[in-house]
Design a protein around this ligand. Structure first.
Ligand code: PGA
Length: 241
């Protein structure tokens, strides 16, 4: 596992955008695994600017997002469909049919999960997966526990995650309790992984991610088993290393 420590949020975002742009420039039809949350917002901004400067072309790129809230309509401003449109998709030349996000409004959720895995497989697997990390060490919505999901599944969010994500919603009871998330094997099958973390509230999780033990209570620690993982973190997130 490689760790890159950047001074601050902005340089972390720039570094992540540069790595993603290198991937796309080397392989224009790359399959990218994308994350939401406040952490990657700066990276998306950088990528949009690079696109406007003609430094990156997304016309052949295929994307798969990590997760979506269950039963939150795509037009809801807190849905990850909405987030991706606003922060990234509508600003670059990605073809809408090449962008994929689990659909939270489906009736048959197991079929959706199976179909999502199948689509990733048919696309040839993920070339580069971008991850954020929860302060409890979750990646995607793979929450700490005795067991972790292997493939895409409907998951229950922990109280810590609901509480943390309530900052985006009007009130705590508006935060969905469930989500569809890709599983751990789906993430670990990516050829390359970059994990971004910024701020003191991630320092403990980052320390536990790389401390030399794999523990399902810290899902991000499983990344130690992956041969091509790079952590791009700012000094605050690195403060306990
Ligand atoms: P954040 O969320 O980027 O909003 O901190 C990260 C996550 O929960 O995975």
């Amino acid at each position: 596992m490689r760790v890159i420590v950047e001074n601050d949020y902005q340089s972390m975002s720039r570094k992540a955008a540069l790595l993603l742009a290198s991937q796309v420039n080397l392989k224009p039809n790359s399959v990218l695994g994308l994350a939401t949350g406040s952490t990657p917002e700066g990276m998306y901004q950088e990528l949009v600017e690079m696109y406007h400067r003609g430094e990156i072309d997304f016309s052949e790129v295929v994307t798969f997002n990590l997760d979506e809230y269950y039963k939150l309509p795509p037009e809801n401003e807190e849905s990850y469909h909405y987030y991706m449109q606003e922060n990234f998709f509508k600003h670059v030349n990605l073809h809408p049919e090449n962008t994929n996000i689990p659909r939270g409004m489906v009736e048959k959720v197991e079929t959706e999960c199976w179909y999502y895995e199948e689509k990733i497989r048919r696309a040839g697997g993920i070339d580069l997966q971008v991850l954020g990390i929860g302060s409890n060490g979750h990646i995607g919505f793979n929450e700490p526990g005795d067991r972790l999901n292997v493939t895409t599944k409907l998951v229950e969010l922990t109280e810590e995650t609901i509480e943390s994500n309530s900052r985006f919603f009007d009130s705590l009871d508006k935060v969905p309790r469930k989500a569809i998330s890709v599983g751990m094997a789906t993430i670990l099958k990516a050829r390359r992984i970059i994990l971004l973390a910024s701020g003191k509230n991630k320092a403990e999780a980052i320390k536990k991610t790389i401390n030399g033990y794999v523990d399902t209570r810290i899902p991000s620690s499983l990344l130690q088993t992956h041969p091509e993982t790079t952590l791009i973190i700012d000094e605050e997130a690195a403060s306990l290393l």
